[in-house]
Write a protein that binds this ligand. Structure first.
Ligand SMILES: *Cc1c(COP(=O)(O)O)cnc(C)c1O
Length: 215
């Protein structure tokens, strides 16, 4: 499955293999085929796997993150896809500084119709980026945006939601990050919709079941 999916992705799009609930053995099988980026959505599961697995794995956190748990993943996490408040960003910056690291952060946006999904809207993101505190952060780098489309059979709706995220990215890029290459990621696309996401300018797809089979 890995080779099939990689063959479908343009070389500019990175694959985050979503390994939540999957065993270390299954992760190792993909690692041995060359996959080095893995994504998890629970802090404890992530720290256990990080300890048990090769140290050159690039770990991404893709779930809802509580401020008081940032400290457990700050020593090693490469990218947090789910930043949705200034408070969380502040704590990521503080913990990353302790470990003399820079943690890549993506602002999570609510673009789906579903009520249950976490995430910011454009106005909230603008407020965050204009907050005086934010300007001081050196160890939490805003690297782009992340979003999830509605879980639906309607590909037109999914495409509209991905397009909305791309528009948000373009707006923020223009207003806050023009000529700043570190703001570049659009994390969108899962097993059921990554082909549409890639067509709509995703730079990072997060794929679980299509790679590992069911959970
Ligand atoms: C589980 C999960 C994925 C992967 O979902 P699949 O449908 O298994 O590919 C992607 N993104 C997030 C945020 C997830 O929680």
């Amino acid at each position: 499955m890995l080779a099939t999916i990689l063959a479908e992705l343009p070389p500019t799009v990175r694959l985050v293999a979503v390994s939540k609930t999957q065993s270390p053995e299954k992760i190792m099988a993909l690692y041995q085929q060359g996959q080095k980026i893995f994504g998890e959505n629970k802090v404890q599961e992530l720290t256990e796997k990080q300890e048990a697995l090769p140290k050159d794995i690039e770990w991404h956190f893709i779930g809802h993150l509580q401020t008081n748990k940032v400290k457990y993943i700050a020593p090693f996490v490469h990218c947090i896809h789910s930043v949705d408040s200034l408070k969380l960003l502040q704590e990521i910056d503080r913990q990353a500084k302790k470990h003399e690291r820079v943690i890549q952060c993506l602002l999570q946006f609510h673009v789906a119709e579903e009520e249950t999904k976490f995430g910011l809207n454009l106005k909230e993101a603008e407020e965050l980026l204009q907050a005086p505190d934010f300007q001081l952060f050196k160890n939490a780098n805003i690297a782009g945006v992340m979003g999830m489309a509605t879980f639906t059979d309607d590909p037109g709706q999914v495409r509209r939601e991905f397009r909305q995220l791309k528009n948000i990215f373009d707006t923020l890029k223009k207003k806050h990050y023009e000529e700043q290459p570190q703001f570049r990621e659009i994390s969108m696309g899962m097993s059921g919709d990554y082909k549409i996401a890639v067509e709509e300018a995703s730079t990072m797809v997060r794929i679980g079941t299509a790679l590992f089979g069911g959970r």
